[in-house]
Design a protein. Structure first.
Length: 194
DNA sequence: TGCCCGATTAACT
DNA sequence: GTTAATCGGGCAA
């Protein structure tokens, strides 16, 4: 795996980056936790915002890897992505859940709840807890206010289909920390072939 | 220009 | 289980 905190980490296949992010620590202004759930998106599949080409909203996805793509979801929430691969590949990893470890008081205040399980379990909740909004769209991930550090130990990973989409629903591009209480939804149990 | 829908969440019944 | 909140993109006219 390429060195952490270097842009080369993100300049790889978006699914490889997504898998390697599970268990890593993400902090924003000192608040955050272990990444527990992510999804990969690529312009070649129709669920991606970049599928129909660049617009004002998704421009960052078409830029260089190692930057934050932040967009508004349902007109209400913000969602955080990490741009991957090469400039123009328009691929990104959606950060869907964290296990809170740092700055829990600040995150609880921004979220308006003390329930730790609901602080960062879901892409909208996570951005609200960390204080991430559209003004942070395009920021580099290798300097403040972002801080990423690698998983301290190898982690068990579960894989399944992505959530909340209607296109390309069968691609198993969702990655989670096995057994975590902080997943936004459980992963479906493995199935034997019929 | 107008209309529909979405990488969501919380507050309902 | 259902629904409202709310805005940018895509597409039809």
């Amino acid at each position: 795996m390429p060195e952490w905190l270097q842009r080369s980490f993100f300049a790889r296949d978006v699914n490889a980056v997504a898998r390697d992010l599970i268990g890593a620590k993400l902090l924003f202004d000192g608040a955050g936790g272990r990444i527990a759930e992510v999804e990969a998106y690529h312009h070649t599949e129709p669920a991606a915002h970049s599928h129909n080409g660049p617009t004002a909203r998704n421009a960052v996805m078409f830029g260089p890897p190692g930057h934050a793509y932040v967009y508004r979801s349902y007109g209400i929430h913000w969602c955080l992505n990490f741009v991957c691969e090469a400039s123009g590949s328009a691929s990104a990893v959606l950060i869907r859940a964290l296990e809170p470890t740092d700055g829990i008081a600040a995150m609880s205040r921004r979220r308006g709840t003390k329930n730790e399980r609901l602080l960062c379990s879901g892409p909208g909740r996570l951005c609200q807890a960390l204080g991430i909004t559209g003004v942070h769209n395009g920021l580099a991930l290798d300097r403040r206010p972002f801080a990423l550090s690698p998983p301290p130990v190898a982690v068990a990973i579960v894989i399944g289909p992505r959530i909340g989409i209607t296109k390309a629903v069968d691609l198993p591009w969702r990655y989670g920390l096995a057994e975590s209480r902080f997943l936004s939804k459980p992963f479906p149990p493995p199935r034997k072939s019929p």
